[in-house]
Write a protein that binds this ligand. Structure first.
Ligand SMILES: NC(=O)c1ccc[n+]([C@@H]2O[C@H](COP(=O)([O-])OP(=O)(O)OC[C@H]3O[C@@H](n4cnc5c(N)ncnc54)[C@H](O)[C@@H]3O)[C@@H](O)[C@H]2O)c1
Ligand SMILES: CC(C)[C@H](C(=O)O)[C@@H](O)C(=O)O
Ligand SMILES: [Mg+2]
Length: 409
């Protein structure tokens, strides 16, 4: 079954609170609200696992167990196929995205990726970089809409680098365009200028239709949240941003219920740390979304907390934490697996339409934090420091102990 934003038949998510039997009911971070294709009959799915490099295999191993168990408790059968991507694929096959990996991903119902990259491959030529494999995967799957939620959980307010009163209650959704812009624009490459200087160049380019489709997703997402959309660009300088602003502004007439604003990216970077609560949904291009989502992650306590969902018009979605392979802590059981576990929840929700299993995972993560377990990146005095594996075990235990996770509208 395929993730889709504008396909029919569709089912729209509308839950705003959750309840766990045996646990105190509390507000849940607002869910991302997009539509997905669903089929009540299909309850068995093929998942492609792409652990990748560095901490990728560590966090994916943990997330797979949680995903599998939460699914099983909700009557969802998940079959996993593991494939190579990034540096591990380069070492084994000579390319960062083997055909076999892309074919498997395309033929599956959803893809869960860890992270790619590492020092070993940093000086490789562009086509032999792990990062190139990830971009090829995103392009190959056509997942143009990347949803990156950054919500400050009450349990982690103290882990934020911002003052409590600034961080508390922040709940932002960054809608990042993922298959266009300067990452993919042509011409690009290396050359020599007329003074004989070596040059490297890339092209920021967006077509009207690319802007239109990502903006539509963002308006829809904002509609299911607090009804505010901020489009972030650099329209005071860049032609691609000028078209971006024009198209987003034109589309606003179709969404009269949404309060649209525009902001230059330099100001947005500043406002995110000055007063992040002013933001609800942000829509922006590929590179600004990359940077702003890393910035937003620190408001929540750690980049190790932020999941993401990348979806297209049809075909499987790609689900991955927003962080990288963290070579500085790889192989030491120090990685925070919660971003990947929460990406698994997004996979269930947006990739498969399995809302109950998704909620079960989110509830288990919150309960595990309530129990005081913290990896090093979110540790604060008075909590229990654990490694990646132990954090996974604690989430698993909690998944099991939750007898029922029910929607409360
Ligand atoms: N989607 C991806 O696969 C992805 C994303 C970003 C970077 N990368 C790649 O990862 C490599 C390292 O990049 P980087 O260092 O700039 O970014 P990074 O996200 O890997 O790490 C940045 C910092 O955050 C920490 N960190 C990241 N994830 C963590 C987690 N789950 N738990 C605890 N701490 C965590 C790291 O230890 C590091 O100090 C590069 O090769 C880069 O290209 C891949
Ligand atoms: C590794 C890199 C290609 C990637 C990106 O820039 O999109 C990463 O930073 C991310 O945020 O997923
Ligand atoms: Mg990034």
């Amino acid at each position: 079954m395929a993730a889709a934003l504008q396909a029919t038949p569709i089912k729209t998510l509308a839950t705003s609170r959750w309840r766990v039997e045996g646990a105190e009911a509390r507000p849940r971070p607002r869910p991302i609200a997009v539509s997905f294709r669903c089929s009540a009959a299909a309850r068995s799915y093929n998942i492609t696992l792409l652990p990748g490099d560095g901490i990728g295999p560590e966090v994916v191993a943990v997330a797979k167990d949680v995903l599998s168990f939460a699914g099983a408790l909700e009557g969802v059968e998940l079959r996993f196929q593991e494939k190579l991507v990034g540096g591990s694929a380069l070492d084994a096959t000579g390319v960062p995205l083997p055909d076999e990996t892309l074919d498997e991903a395309k033929g599956s119902d959803a893809v869960l990726l860890g992270a790619i990259g590492g020092y070993k491959w940093d000086t490789n030529e562009k086509h032999l970089k792990p990062e190139t494999g990830l971009l090829q995967l995103r392009a190959g799957l056509g997942v143009f809409a990347n949803l990156r939620p950054a919500a400050v959980l009450p349990q982690l307010v103290d882990a934020s680098t911002l003052k409590k009163e600034v961080a508390e209650g922040v709940d932002i959704m960054v809608v990042r365009e993922l298959t266009g812009g300067i990452y993919f624009g042509k011409p690009r490459g290396f050359g020599t200028n007329d003074k004989g200087d070596d040059i490297g160049f890339n092209t920021e380019v967006y077509s009207a239709s690319e802007i239109d489709r990502i903006a539509r997703v963002a308006f829809e997402v904002a509609r299911k949240r607090r009804g505010k959309l901020c489009s972030v660009d650099k329209a005071n300088v860049l032609e691609a941003s000028m078209l971006w602003r024009k198209k987003v502004t034109a589309l606003a007439s179709e969404f009269p219920d949404i309060e649209l604003s525009h902001m230059y990216v330099d100001n947005a970077a500043m406002q995110l740390v000055r007063n992040p609560k002013q933001f609800d949904t942000i829509v922006t291009n590929n590179i600004f979304g990359d940077i702003l989502s890393d910035e937003a992650s620190m408001i929540t306590g750690s980049i190790g907390m932020l999941p993401s969902a990348s979806v297209g018009e049809s075909g499987p979605g790609l689900f991955e934490p927003i962080h990288g392979s963290a070579p500085d802590i790889a192989g030491q059981d120090k990685a925070n697996p919660l971003a990947t576990i929460l990406s698994a929840a997004m996979l269930l929700r947006y990739g498969l339409g399995e809302e109950n299993a998704a909620r079960r995972i989110e509830a288990a993560v919150t309960e595990t934090l309530n129990h005081g377990f913290r990896t090093g990146d979110i540790y604060s005095p008075g909590t229990t420091l654990v490694g990646c594996k132990r954090m996974g075990e604690e989430v698993l235990k909690t998944v099991e102990s939750l007898k029922e996770v029910a929607a409360v509208n």
